[in-house]
Design a binder for this molecule. Structure first.
Ligand code: CA
Length: 345
């Protein structure tokens, strides 16, 4: 009897060890929410990374104003999906402006044409034949989450306007979202925590602080990729050379868009922002995280759009939620994964 139980247990163990890991069996369903611009802008290569990774299933792309206008995000995303050969992925137009933030004399000359209503420029190869779907990004997010309760992660790598609007619109939506992976913020209580838009504010959060505060306080589990960790990444010519050594439609696009820059200055290097958020979804062991309460200052003034993180709740941050904040990355492993996936046929 005992022997038979042992044999059965052994058989079960063998079966288990022969099974592929869960991630290989069932890809994570994600909605890709983005202030997209064609590569080398980070959302561009982040989308390609997601599409080329079997661990992820991109259910749809939702666009938002941020790095440029929402219309440019939409037009560029449609074109990149054609280049990658993934016209099956639907694209939905999202918010054209942040919830409250308006263009100012200060913001206009700085990075990010989130306020622009200019017609989008033609992407490489011309405008896509593929069209955006009817209906809004918010409707798509709500519909998709409701149809797959507890199963869908939102990769939110632009301002959080669409997500905040969906949360505000649909009762109970927060409880049905599996996780939101956010590129945004800078946490001054951790190393390398300065902002990149104002002294302490990071761009994505600064563009729509009211939306960010809503999302951060929603109670949805959040993984945050702040500037603290992206500052430990460096995309240099060494990695560019490895990518363009392979010939695919994607690498041809990257060569066209990044080649001239590296030819002018072979020592140039850029941070990887949104790509790291996607990388950490593919393989969470690439990053080190700490659980912090993180809140957003949405009061007009010198701290507008600043994210503040602490081990415990502090006065004024009552209602802030704890989230998983990335503060370090195994860059060598991450960049090898990135190059491997980007160069896949
Ligand atoms: Ca982005």
């Amino acid at each position: 009897m005992q022997k038979r139980v042992f044999a059965a247990a052994l058989a079960a163990a063998v079966t288990l060890s022969l099974s592929p890991p869960a991630s290989a069996q069932t890809p994570q369903k994600i909605i890709f929410d983005t202030d997209f611009v064609v590569p080398p802008q980070d959302d561009g290569t982040a989308l390609i990374l997601a599409l080329k990774s079997p661990e992820l299933q991109v259910l749809g792309v939702t666009t938002v104003a941020g790095n440029d206008s929402m219309e440019r995000a939409t037009s560029d995303a449609l074109r990149v999906l054609e280049i990658v050969g993934r016209t099956d992925v639907p694209v939905y137009r999202g918010a054209n402006m942040p919830l409250r933030h308006e263009k100012s004399e200060w913001s206009a000359p700085l990075h990010g044409k989130w306020w622009s209503d200019d017609p989008p420029p033609a992407p490489p190869g011309g405008f896509a034949t593929k069209q955006a779907e009817a209906g809004s990004a918010m409707d798509f997010i709500i519909r998709t989450i409701n149809a797959n309760p507890g199963q869908v992660t939102i990769a939110a790598i632009g301002p959080l306007t669409n997500i905040a609007m969906a949360l505000r619109y649909e009762p109970g939506l927060a409880a049905r979202i599996k996780r939101i992976a956010i590129m945004g913020g800078a946490v001054a209580s951790l190393a390398d925590g300065a902002g990149n838009m104002t002294p302490n504010a990071e761009f994505n959060i600064w563009v729509d602080p009211e939306a960010a505060r809503t999302v951060f306080r929603s109670g949805v589990p959040i993984s945050l990729t702040p500037l603290n960790v992206t500052r430990k990444t460096k995309f240099s010519k060494e990695w560019y050379d490895k990518i363009v050594a392979v010939d695919t439609p994607v690498t041809a696009l990257l060569k066209e868009r990044m080649g001239p820059g590296f030819a002018r200055d072979p020592n140039r290097a850029g941070q990887m922002y949104d790509q790291l958020t996607i990388g950490a979804l593919i393989d969470p062991t690439l990053v080190k995280t700490v659980e912090l309460f993180v809140d957003v200052d949405d009061h007009p003034g010198p701290s507008y759009g600043v994210t503040v993180g602490g081990q415990k709740i502090w006065e004024g941050a009552e209602g802030a939620k704890q989230m998983s904040v990335q503060y370090d990355v195994d860059f060598d492993r991450f960049i090898r994964l990135f190059v491997d996936r980007i160069t896949r046929k």
